[in-house]
Design a protein around this ligand. Sequence first.
Ligand SMILES: C[S@@+](CC[C@H](N)C(=O)[O-])C[C@H]1O[C@@H](n2cnc3c(N)ncnc32)[C@H](O)[C@@H]1O
Length: 294
Amino acid sequence: MTISHQFGGQWTEDKLNRLRKYLNAYLTIFKKNKKAIWYRTIYVDAFAGTGNRNFPDLAEATSTPLFPDETDVKAFQEGSARVALEIEPSFDQYLFIEQNPVYARQLEHLRDQFPYKKHSVTVLQGDANQLLVDWCMRTDWQKHRAIVFLDPYGMQVEWNTIDAVARTQAVDLWILFPLGQAVNRLLTRKAPPEGAWADRLTRFLGTPDWKDAFYQPSPQMSLFDAEERKDKTATFESIGTFFLDRLRSVFAGVAKNPLSLYNSTNVPIYLLCFASANPTKAPLAVRIAQDILK
Ligand SMILES: C[S@@+](CC[C@H](N)C(=O)[O-])C[C@H]1O[C@@H](n2cnc3c(N)ncnc32)[C@H](O)[C@@H]1O
């Protein structure tokens, strides 16, 4: 039985098409280039879902900024894990990570549908952050090259995970940054968020600097205000730029034209971003990604 997994919007198709193009370009290089052929290639889908996707009922939207739901969508189509498995030539290894045990079992069924690749597919059920950091440390980067796709609903990715990927110096990263879906919604207008929301932003962005970047002293403050008041000055553009700068601080190369993915009310809910950790190959990887993101 195929389990229903509802997420995304019309933009989901666009996102997966760009990913598909990059996977094709990557494998063409790694299967043909005399130097690249020496490496074993790995595709990692760390928020893998089920391999399929269904569209949810718009009427059921009950989201909060920390746990956004997945609204705005329509029919049954293939998800990223299936997209990756269908591409020929193949990766030498596939790693699918999924927290939801029911979805993880579905990924095992998906693996069974590709008998000739079955031996090269690993499905791990658990938290992507822990499992990915562990994988980055365990893999022999003298012999392997990889693409990691991070496709969370919201802010489930930890900065430590992004940093671990960057430190491999061997991974190309595609990451969905939840711009309007989560980050902008946590940035409350009249003052910076406190407590759990502030902690989440700091863990996600890897620095508390977002407070100064996204808030300025309020022009309406008076001498009688006991504490400095700050207003939100962040825009979708400045939030996106801040995240790209964070990626640039740890990756060898970052695509300068992330793709904005809009919902039906024209809010940029996600940015599809690309970064390459490989110091020697980043310029080529970024050039290919930028072309695909155009
Ligand atoms: C947007 S969906 C991924 C869709 C998938 N990339 C596709 O195209 O079919 C996000 C997935 O991440 C899973 N997830 C959420 N938090 C997670 C975590 N901490 N670790 C691993 N998976 C997680 C959810 O269960 C969900 O299946």
